[in-house]
Design a protein around this ligand. Sequence first.
Ligand code: UDP
Ligand code: MG
Length: 325
Amino acid sequence: MKPTFSVIAPVYNEEPVLPALYERIHEVMEGVGEPWELVLVDDGSRDRSAAIIAELNQRDGRVKGLSFSRNFGFQEAVTAGMDYAQGQAVILTDADLQDPPEVIPEMIAKWREGYDVVYGVRSEREGETWFKLATAKLFYRLIHRITSVNIPLDTGDFRLMDRRVVDALGRMHERNRFLRGMVPWVGFRQTGVHFKRAPRYAGEAKYSSVRRMVKFAMNAITSFSYVPLQLATFLGFIIAGLAGLAIFTVVLLRLFGPHDPLVGQATTLVAVLFLGGVQLISLGIIGEYLGRIYDEVKGRPLYLVQQQWGFDTPPTDGPPARDSA
Ligand code: UDP
Ligand code: MG
């Protein structure tokens, strides 16, 4: 029998957290009183996470697991979870218990009211550095301004989605995925519930490195906006306009001014370097998009599954064949 609810958690080196995660999810989902499953996706962990998932599956058949052949990343892990989950509603949560499972019943209540997506809105964040808070705030505001999809402010990936949303996401095969933007893009009826984001239960955060955050932001922007590409046109017009004015002024000064306005090589040098810089930046922006187009064209699988626990279907490198029931 298919479960009503699937809770999906991506797992990367979460050995100390997994038993507690199971306990908390178990308690909350038993309270809901309908069939459920917990899908744990091991994203190529180097600790005993996979072994613990196997143990949990032995203990309770409702815990199912996948193990990737290597570390593919958060977005890929969540995608795999959604490809394999069978529930009528799917709940995404981090494995580190920063998203309190106790909020899930509230989300389910909204789902029963007829909403297709119920996202968690962070009203408070505990145990995060001011740097992460400030950059996150800036990032959300920026995305809000330059993309056409309306990504709700201060939401993470903690959310409940109806089966039809999950199926729609399953048809979006893009690489360099940015789920937080893809879910609003899908549409349907969406709403939010507020919650307080807890500090990580144990272990270390993997996203804190600036490099990862920059990559995340670049994927978000390039997936949903052409604004950076248009920036070159915009800059081109501005600089051409300014140059036109400058030519005019220089000619006037030469003809009627007290002395020659263009003395020394510094003027030429600065102008050439400035334009060189602008051109390199524009090329770089085109490169960002080009690289992503290259990724799409190669059409590689999003992830590779090396082992699975509790699923009837054989492992695949993409969505398993779903029966249409
Ligand atoms: N994660 C993953 N693959 C990765 C990095 C992280 O599946 O390459 C998982 C991790 O196990 C956790 C979630 O993604 O369940 C969020 O990661 P983390 O807590 O490090 O990020 P933060 O809370 O700082 O955003
Ligand atoms: Mg975390």
